[in-house]
Design a protein around this ligand. Structure first.
Ligand code: PLP
Length: 358
């Protein structure tokens, strides 16, 4: 009989050394930690009216997601064949690394899943620090590309958790210098003031655009997609699990795209709230916000651990980034009322900490 302790010895070392992604639920009144939208754009009666949908729950979903792909193709001005659907863009990151293998290179700090998934799949993960303005450090990037010959490079722009877009020129230089695939992860593109990289797809066959519906009001659906040259999409299709996107998600995502006007209205509210939040943060002594092109703001305080606890005591959950970026915290833009409560609570927390320090 095998002992329980022997099981661990069976685990591949690259998996054994990983830590499970921490996504535990913390109870709170106001949730501003996960870059979700505070708005759910679809009216409930529109959803409930879809009787056909609920009558089809006994059947497997459309394995190809034809209707959703067609709508996304129209929305983005590309062919259906250049689109691959994922259960969140996380899954597509998994598929890309499975398809291409490593080394996998990315600037840091950035979205943690590139590194976690690369290591889970036993591939080498190479992180290159961003420069002091959180832009791509071209010396370091180009050197690493030359030396490590990455098969995959992930560039999140706007970047999470820093909130800025990388310089378009620098991204372009990397696409041109790379002999591997360059994925521009545009999870936050709807909130950005600059154009994304989609128009460049036709000129650069090694470019992949990653998009998601998670940050624009549909996080629960887990719908992400990539747009790439049809020949590359066809290869990644080979590793995609047949029914990776369930029927409800396909239908709701399709509804979301058909109601893009409603979605856009929520995006505009969020970007205008972001500017208001930015001003409010700048006006608090001891708080330094970073410019943002996303639906969140990174800011520095002298004691983030204490600020985190004090906010949570008032029911407000934000993300403590201390440990990844010194003294940094990340706040997701909420509704106007939520943002007001947050600013009030932050003011109070910072004042208390200052008083206690004296
Ligand atoms: C949130 C996020 C994702 C993941 O989105 P899902 O589609 O929900 O899996 C991908 N990239 C970046 C940079 C993100 O911040």
């Amino acid at each position: 009989m095998m002992k329980k302790t022997d099981i661990i010895k069976l685990i591949r070392p690259n998996v054994r050394s990983l830590k499970a992604y921490e996504a535990k639920e913390i109870k709170c009144r106001i949730k501003l930690d996960a870059n979700e939208s505070p708005f759910s754009p679809l009216p409930a009666d529109l959803v409930a009216r879809d009787k056909k949908l609920f009558a089809a729950l006994n059947r497997y979903p459309d394995p190809e997601g034809k209707a959703l792909k067609k709508a996304l193709a129209g929305e983005n001005g590309v062919t259906s064949k250049s689109i691959l659907l994922g259960n969140g863009s996380d899954e597509i990151i998994y598929y890309l690394i499975t398809t291409l293998g490593g080394p996998v290179l990315f600037p840091t700090p950035t979205f943690v899943m590139y590194g976690i998934i690369a290591r889970a799949l036993g591939e080498k993960a190479i992180s290159v620090p961003l420069d002091s303005g959180y832009d791509l450090d071209m010396d370091k990037m180009l050197k690493a590309i030359k030396k490590e010959k990455p098969r995959l490079i992930f560039l999140a722009s706007p970047n999470n958790p820093t909130g800025n877009c990388y310089s378009a020129e620098r991204i372009l230089k990397i696409i041109e210098a790379s002999k591997g695939i360059v994925v521009v992860d545009e999870a936050y593109q709807p909130f950005a003031s600059r154009q994304g990289f989609l128009p460049l797809l036709k000129d650069y066959p090694n470019l992949v655009i990653l998009r998601t519906m998670s940050k624009i009001g549909f996080a629960s659906l887990r719908v992400g997609y990539m747009i790439a040259d049809e020949s590359l999409t066809a290869e990644v299709e080979k590793v995609r699990l047949p029914y990776n996107l369930n029927t409800l998600s396909q239908a709701m995502a399709l509804m979301g795209i058909k109601q893009m006007k409603l979605v856009d209205a929520t995006v505009r509210k969020i970007t205008s709230e972001r500017e208001r939040l930015m001003k409010a943060l700048s006006s608090i002594q001891g708080v330094t916000p970073c410019p943002s092109e996303a639906n969140f703001i990174l800011f520095r305080v002298s004691d983030p651990d204490m600020v985190f606890d004090k906010l949570l005591k008032q029911g407000i959950l934000i993300k403590n980034m201390n440990g990844i970026i010194r003294n940094a915290m990340r706040i997701t833009v909420g509704t106007r009322a939520e943002n007001d409560l947050f600013i009030k609570a932050l003011n109070k927390a910072v004042m208390e900490i200052n008083r206690e320090a004296k």
